[in-house]
Design a protein around this ligand. Sequence first.
Ligand SMILES: [Zn+2]
Length: 373
Amino acid sequence: MNLTTFAFPTTIRFGPGAVNDLAAELERRGIRHPLLVSDAGLARTPVFERVSRLMPRAVVFTAVAPNPTEQNVLDGVKAYRESLCDGIVGLGGGSPLDAAKAIRLLVTHPEPLAVYDDLIDGGNRITANLPPYIAIATTSGTGSEVSRSAVITITKTNRKTVIFSPHLIPSLAIGDPELTVGLPPHITAGTGMDAFTHNVEAYISLGYHPICDAVALGGAKLAWDNLPRVMHDPADIEGRANMMVASMMGAIAFQKGLGATHSLAHPLSSDFAMHHGTANAVMLPYVLEFNRDAAARPVEDAGGGVRIRRCAGGGARAEPADRDPVPAARVRGSGDVARVVGGQGNSGRLPSAQPAVVHARGSAAAVPPGVLK
Ligand SMILES: [Zn+2]
């Protein structure tokens, strides 16, 4: 067995009303003039109003695109410097939280973003010399608030580029499910499928990380059980909390790795402006099918009500631990999720999107059962 390193250092303040601790947390970290990084859409919502009221001395920066660009990051660095900020608060889904991470990086690291590209081991050039950063999630999908990576589209290549370093983990993550109650259904669905995909891909990715495997299994089950629940009742705060945990578990688990679903989803976003989670939801069935033999691993977790095992033909199949058929309501629920993802999530700019979405919808109820039930 090879040597490896396990690390789970993110500090998370979690629960309904957790965001109310923001002023105290800023003070604890000596942040007097934070740069509040968010996006223009969120800036018009009651969530933004609530959070910005908790930090009256913040300098607001909301010029972050749905798929954040290098220019967004450079503009944020300029705002930070001009206003003599001394810390960063990210508020939003993955886009503002990732942009905030990259702004935080470039404030103290002078080289162009491309230098820090994970593909060329750029993370080795990232040091701990970074300003304090508090990340507040308003969606349950990317888990960027607990992760050590940022995805930014670099200007020169128009390629979504992953920047990865343990130093990029926010100083504090705040997970307050109350902030997700007002999300529109297609965002709840798209981001929720992103969380589900993170857990599934982390679990079946190659590599040795039994801790991440356990986290991923638990996160996938949470998303599977709770995404239909919050689609049917957006104000279900317990369901919202469970989705937020599933999202964080996915991002903690994917330090082990992701897979071809994300590889295919990234160009769908950078080239066709498709929502990231929606792109994952569309691609996941095809990738699971493609990887059926390679990904299958014999796992039994009867205690958690989940059983995944290798079939005689070499593929994987899943069944409830008690071998009862899947309740019809559960299958219907996940179908609803997929319908919303397909119906409202894509930009309409991808010529072949519709057949893919229809296919994904048709097999959506079978997507999780391919791995989990
Ligand atoms: Zn993702």
